[in-house]
Design a protein around this ligand. Structure first.
Ligand SMILES: *[C@@H]1O[C@H](CO)[C@@H](O)[C@H](O)[C@H]1NC(C)=O
Length: 997
């Protein structure tokens, strides 16, 4: 009778918590909600700027709930402290000792924010420190804080004393004026030295405890001594000092060591001691989403941690210290310190100039930074059963792609990536290969666009990010709406009006159309977080330091023109367990790349080329483009001959091909490798493809980047195509397509910035017939299980024919349908949203009043004298008589609007109609029109800038006037007024319904 016991045991095992919460893979089971109404976790969140922890908890809670009410999934709760005090100090009246990160007031605030999320069914992300989360308040002697290495006669702990024979020196001008940026003054020149190879010696061991050493050098040559000291930087991510130093909060907050696990441990201990007790941990485990760290904007002389020499020794098998003179240049923050690369730059008199040592140093940083990321991730996973997200690596002098797999949800950003799709491809490749379910993006920060970013522009950035592989956005950002010290209406403004966007209910679109943008984004995320992303081609990319400006790496257009999708990986990613070739594809459970491309501008590592040889042997086609790739130098270039030989051997191997630049797509075609979504268009279209076995649907996401264009998409699938509309949440079968065997070809016309989602599902709709050719008079259609397709036919001169998939021709007549008409005689009621008479009254959303304007045509508010400096809501009304008079008839009508810049909602006789696609606005009014007179109202919110600009002189935030900071960063004039309102023509297009038998 053992069986029951065994069953009981297996039952117990089954009942173990699945810990799905820390499963970061595409296969993880997540409550997704539905396409129409995605779950909170899959919805976009706001980066919420809490001014400091002393503000009103109730207002914060209301802000969070308000975000949820219009469609956000929660907030990323960021204690901002004026960008860590870097843009401006604590304003008069604030007390950042009392209200600092982790204080009792912060604890209460944090708990309040979590409670608001719980009550509203939302989830919350939480930075692990104030400002960008790079550290926490700490004892300044804590050795887990940030370290630096300084060359020269300095203070601190001596790390090495290196001598070298100097062959030449010269002063090099950087060609930069000594301007200042947000990050300090620029350096104008540096000293360049050529050192004699083989003469670099570390005398550190010979230095006495009192700092003395006696050295002799041969005469007749010039030697130089380089001393290197390590020290704790005391860099702060909250630049603040009360002058008191009684508690850790009197010193602001310190950046922790980002190159060892110790830095992560400082953060973890702080949370365990000051934030998690008294209910926070439990609530966080319930409604927390991601622990998170922003892009790393920390500065140093040389990126460093004391354990780096050991890490280096074990990774590369030789001593770093003698070569320290070779790593003093461009090994700090290569983004925010790009104008301060270092005071001197040493090279060797060898062919590679010592680049191999420089590369190995950066490789050791990769290992150190990985320990930091892994330790943080482990802590968030184990302590909270939650996941870790971070803006991995970029800005720091490392190969970004190497460490992207080492957090749960890697995050990139639209600002630093300049919305360049190729930049996103560099980020998403390693994440996709590693099977990550979520690739996040800090979305929508644009310089000089505060209160001035139209939603259509935001949507363009979102669509480009999605094409690049992103499937979650955190919108930058949401404002605290209550009072703050030294702050006028419209309220606390993070980054002092330098960056978009400041979302809150003070934005007229908040309750009038922004929700449509959030729901669109949520539904796109829902789809892009389902199943597995498949990518056609992987491009090899190895650099020692990722360019933080993300220029395009693959610059030929052949792949894009043919519709091939591609992402990049580093050879460092070849060590991932998923980096295997099976059935001739690479990463078969993930992107399932069908070929690997290596361009002549890339550099191969020895390990990398061996892996690639193995992949080719296992069946993966490898295409060398534009000639032989170069060599990635390491150590003293001792591997170079072996790498060159391996490249030659690779070229002779089966499955390896060489083509000239721009001919990769042609080669793929001859190899029989087709793009999963082939695109033919007179514009620029991009696509993604995901396969979702769990939910039984694959889908293509197609985006028109540029002008309106037409073409076809051709997709290999035996399943039935359906359209999914992220604007409305509706699905319906595709009416018009042709099928050739396994290939489905769908004609499309896309407006600028328009997207289309085509799903593929099992089973055919009823009736089985669809159209293979549709006349232009068929403007749209409806579908139901019971009655099949119903065509909406507009007026046409002649009868037209529709071809069915069984070859039969059906005659369609639009000759008796009423003609389209342009709607005119608009009355515009402009609701002005202005500052309250007391401009320090921040709580008031706006002082509102109306003006009325008769419009003969729909022009921008900037062209209506009385509205030039006005922001608010436009109520555009006109009336139509229904049905149209005359002997022709109509069953209903489409309303076709011009492209919507910001937002618009349509009402017929006071009844709200479904959301419109802003890029190609068109809505069926059939069920809303009644006999007689019908009032059509389009409600159009404006951005806030035109009004704010007109009162700019009165505006300040946290004691800083709006204009002060703009001029400090070089803007002498304010951004000009921008177009607002409904601009163009609105057309009513009647139709009759024709049932497709
Ligand atoms: C700030 O708060 C701390 C802690 O409550 C207190 O000791 C200090 O006096 C306050 N500073 C000011 C300027 O009020």
């Amino acid at each position: 009778m053992r069986t029951p016991a065994i069953s009981f045991l297996s039952l117990l095992l089954l009942w173990q918590p699945a810990r799905a919460d820390i499963n970061d893979q595409t296969s993880a089971k997540v409550d997704r909600g539905t396409f129409d109404d995605p779950a909170a976790r899959l919805r976009p969140r706001f980066r919420y700027w809490l001014p400091d922890a002393g503000v009103d908890v109730q207002t914060v809670q209301d802000n969070i709930k308000s975000a949820g009410a219009i469609g956000a999934g929660g907030v990323e709760f960021l204690p901002f402290y004026n960008y860590g005090g870097q843009l401006s100090p604590e304003p008069t009246g604030a007390n950042w000792t009392k209200d600092g990160f982790g204080t009792p007031t912060f604890h209460k605030m944090f708990l309040g924010a979590l409670e608001a999320h719980k009550e509203a069914g939302l989830v919350m992300d939480f930075p692990l420190g104030p400002n960008q989360g790079q550290g926490v308040p700490a004892d300044p002697s804590d050795e887990g804080l940030q370290w630096d290495l300084i060359p020269g006669w300095g203070a601190g702990e001596l790390v090495a004393l290196v001598s070298a024979e100097v062959l030449s020196t010269k002063n090099v001008s950087l060609g930069t004026s000594s301007g200042t940026s947000l990050f300090g003054a620029a350096q104008t020149s540096y000293l360049s030295l050529v050192l004699k190879n083989g003469t670099l010696v570390d005398w550190g061991q010979n230095v006495s405890s009192t700092g003395h050493v006696s050295l002799r050098f041969p005469s007749g040559s010039s030697h130089r001594l380089f001393a290197f000291y390590q020290f704790l930087t005391h860099e702060k991510n909250l630049e603040y000092s009360s002058g008191n130093a009684k508690t850790i909060w009197d010193n602001g907050s310190y950046v922790v060591d980002h190159y060892s696990a110790r830095g992560a441990q400082v953060v973890a201990k702080f949370w365990e001691r000051y934030i998690l007790p008294d209910g926070v941990k439990e609530l966080l485990m319930e409604v927390g989403n991601y622990g998170w760290e922003d892009s790393v904007e920390i500065r140093s002389n040389i990126s460093w941690t004391p354990s780096l020499p050991e890490v280096f020794q074990s990774k590369y098998g030789y001593d770093l210290k003698p070569f320290l003179p070779l790593i003093t240049f461009k090994d700090n923050n290569i983004n925010v310190q790009s104008t301060n690369p270092g005071q001197f730059y040493c090279v060797l008199d060898t062919p590679d100039q010592g680049l191999g040592y420089f590369n190995d140093f950066r490789g050791a940083l990769v290992a150190g930074y990985r320990s930091y990321l892994e330790e943080l991730t482990r802590w968030v996973n184990r302590e909270l059963n939650l996941q870790m997200s971070a803006q991995v690596s970029y800005n720091l002098p490392m190969d970004m792609e190497a460490n992207i797999p080492f957090v749960n949800a890697p995050e990139c950003e639209s600002l630093q990536f300049e919305s360049n799709i190729d930049g996103y491809r560099q980020f998403s490749g390693p994440a996709n290969l590693a099977g990550k379910r979520v690739i996040s993006n800090e979305m929508g920060a644009v310089m000089m666009k505060a209160y001035n970013l139209p939603h259509s522009e935001l949507l363009g950035y979102i669509n480009r990010a999605v094409i690049g592989g992103v499937n979650q956005v955190v919108l930058h950002g949401q404002s605290y709406t209550g009072d703050y010290y030294g702050t006028t209406w419209p309220g606390y403004t993070a980054f002092v009006y330098l960056f978009s966007e400041l979302y809150s209910d003070k934005q007229p679109s908040w309750g009038h159309g922004f929700g449509d943008v959030l729901n669109y984004t949520a539904r796109v995320q829902y789809l892009q977080q389902s199943g597995v992303p498949r990518t056609d081609v992987v491009i090899y990319n190895k650099v020692s330091g990722t360019n933080p400006n993300f220029p395009t790496l693959y610059s030929s257009n052949d792949l894009i023109d043919a519709g091939y999708t591609y992402t990049y990986v580093s050879p460092d990613n070849f060590a991932l367990p998923q980096a295997q070739v099976k059935d001739n594809v690479f990463g078969s459970d993930g992107p399932a790349y069908k070929a690997m491309v290596i361009t002549s501008s890339s550099n191969l590592t020895l390990e990398g080329v061996h892996y690639i040889q193995k992949y080719a042997r296992a069946g993966l086609p490898v295409i060398l483009s534009g000639g032989d790739p170069g060599v990635y130098t390491t150590h003293d270039s001792r591997d170079t001959p072996a790498i060159k030989q391996a490249i030659q051997a690779l070229k002779q191997s089966r499955n390896v091909y060489s083509v000239s630049t721009g001919k990769v797509a042609a080669k793929l075609q001859t190899l029989g490798i087709k793009p999963q979504v082939a695109l033919q268009t007179d514009g620029t279209w991009y696509s993604t493809w995901r396969e979702d076995v769990q939910n039984g649907m694959d889908h293509a996401f197609v985006f028109c980047d540029g002008n309106a264009s037409t073409g076809t998409v051709s997709i290999a699938s035996s399943k039935t195509p359906i359209f999914l509309d992220p604007w409305t949440g509706q699905k319906k079968p595709v009416l018009e397509y042709t099928r050739h065997g396994n290939q489905v070809i769908i004609p499309l016309s896309l407006a600028a910035n328009q997207t289309v989602v085509i799903g593929f599902i099992e089973g055919a709709p009823k009736p089985v017939q669809h159209a293979t050719q549709l006349p232009s008079s068929v403007l749209g259609y409806d579908y139901s299980q019971e009655s099949g397709f119903e065509l909406y036919v507009s007026a046409s001169k002649d009868r037209q024919s529709l071809i069915l998939s069984n070859g039969k021709s059906v005659s369609i007549s639009g000759t008796n349908v009423s003609e389209p008409s342009k709607l005119s005689n608009w009355t515009l009621t402009a609701e002005h949203w202005e500052a309250p008479s007391n401009i320090s009254d921040v709580d008031t959303v706006a002082a509102k009043h109306n003006t009325t304007h008769d419009l003969s045509s729909l022009v921008s508010w900037t062209e209506i004298e009385a509205l030039r400096n006005v922001s608010g809501l436009g109520y555009y009304s006109t009336s139509i008589s229904w049905p149209p008079t005359g002997h022709r008839s109509a069953d209903g009508a489409y309303l076709i609007l011009p492209a919507i810049s910001h937002a618009a909602r349509i009402y017929v006789n006071g009844q709200k109609v479904p959301p419109i696609d802003f890029s190609a606005p068109r809505v069926d009014l059939g069920q809303y029109l009644k006999k007689g007179s019908n009032q059509i109202t389009v409600v159009v919110p404006t951005t806030m800038w035109n009004y704010i600009r007109s009162i700019a002189g009165e505006i300040e935030t946290a004691d800083v006037p709006l204009q002060l900071l703009m001029s400090a960063v070089g803007y002498t004039t304010l951004p000009s007024v921008t177009d607002n309102g409904l601009i163009g023509t609105v057309t009513l297009v009647p139709y009759v319904k024709v049932h497709l038998e």
